[in-house]
Write a protein that binds this ligand. Structure first.
Ligand code: SAH
Length: 353
């Protein structure tokens, strides 16, 4: 008999499955709490269930969250950022990062194994797209860190879906996972403390709008002209940036959350005064914020980070044009915390072995 994976099932799914297997339905809430409030990794831990029920559970279900393995771990010199390469039982691996901010712990999640968006500056797609992550695998990344934090009396209080992969191409699983994290009997993380970042998949943004959550939307813009954006982000050919911005405006109007535009600064590519003016022209009078990200150079991609002067000038041009702008607080630069870099390196080393 093929066992069902229990980690990633929501309350209704647990109730449905328990009914099928002769486990009392009210047990579903108890199990839900064990999985998502307490972060249990085995059925034996679920001590308020009878031994017979625990046996039924292990007969019918796998609890895979406990079988993710950290195969590489890196800690930044300042101790505030930790990055792991997590491996699932099929050997697929993804990167997950935890950042210790003054307001608490934030986890940056991957949504896919690899990526096929082919952004010119990004390491995630270097070896192509492998597969979508399941809701359980998305959650397993959060709980990997949550388990380490809870023994110190701390918790994950924010999640950003900004790791490897394009979340809008796996939106059902991403939302399923975020809804579980939001639950009062999960980690109770407010939607306002969750962010989904997209390269600009219009149907995905529309679907997120319709889902009606107050999740923050981030859009990776990186250029404010069609020709440059298409060079940097081939997805611009399918979903032109002006149409993406119009869809993001609709998100802001319907869901009441200010949109964040991410803009990587790449030396000599998109960091001139004219680029800043074009960006300001595009976003003027919108309820949005621009987050400038000085590029994290990926050796395989050949882009460089601009000088501090160029970064400051770009920032000032936007400010003068009354655009809300922030400069990303760079965390973990010394441990290659940009998307996909640790995995790309591990895969390369594996190939050369
Ligand atoms: N696919 C989604 C989410 C993953 S990327 C998206 O495109 O938004 C998360 C953010 O990291 C994006 O803004 C992406 O453009 C940025 N990023 C990727 N590679 C980077 C690099 N080398 N340096 C800095 N930021 C990078």
């Amino acid at each position: 008999m093929i066992k069902k994976e229990i980690f990633g099932m929501n309350l209704e799914e647990l109730q449905g499955a328990f009914g099928e297997f002769g486990i009392k339905k009210y047990r579903a809430m108890q199990v839900f709490r064990w999985l998502y409030e307490k972060g249990a990794v085995s059925f034996e831990e679920m001590t308020n269930l009878s031994k017979a029920d625990r046996e039924l559970l292990s007969e019918h279900f796998n609890l895979g969250s406990g079988s993710v393995k950290a195969i590489r771990e890196l800690a930044s010199g300042d101790g505030l950022t930790n990055k792991v390469l997590l491996e699932f039982p099929d050997k697929a691996c993804v990167e997950t990062v935890v950042m210790h901010h003054d307001y608490g712990y934030s986890v940056c999640l991957s949504s896919q194994v690899g990526c096929n968006m082919n952004c010119a500056f990004c390491a995630s797609g270097i070896s192509g797209f492998e597969r979508n992550l399941t809701a359980g695998e998305i959650l397993a990344q959060v709980y990997y860190f949550q388990r380490l934090l809870q023994v110190k009396g701390e918790r994950v209080s924010r999640v950003v879906v900004m790791g490897s992969g394009e979340p809008m191409l796996n939106l059902d699983n991403v939302l399923h996972a975020l809804d579980i994290l939001h639950s009062d009997y999960g980690l109770c993380i407010g939607y306002r403390n969750m962010t989904i970042s997209t390269c600009g998949i219009i149907p995905g943004i529309a679907k997120l709008t319709a889902a009606g959550r107050t999740i923050n939307l981030a859009v990776s813009l990186h250029a404010a002209s069609d020709s440059l954006r298409t060079k940097l982000m081939p997805i611009n050919k399918t979903y032109n940036y002006l149409k993406v911005i119009a869809e993001a405006d609709a998100y802001e109007k319907n869901n009441g959350r200010q949109v964040m535009y991410e803009y990587i600064l790449l030396a000599g590519i998109n960091d001139s005064k004219a680029d800043a003016q074009a960006l300001a022209d595009t976003l003027q009078r919108k309820n949005c914020v621009v987050n400038l990200i000085p590029a994290n150079p990926v050796p395989e991609k050949g882009f460089a980070r601009p000088s501090q002067q160029a970064i400051d000038d770009f920032f000032q041009t936007l400010k003068t044009r009354k655009i809300n702008v922030t400069l990303r607080k760079e965390m973990g630069k010394d441990i290659n915390a940009a998307c996909g870099q640790l995995r790309a390196r591990a895969l390369k080393e594996e190939k050369s072995c």
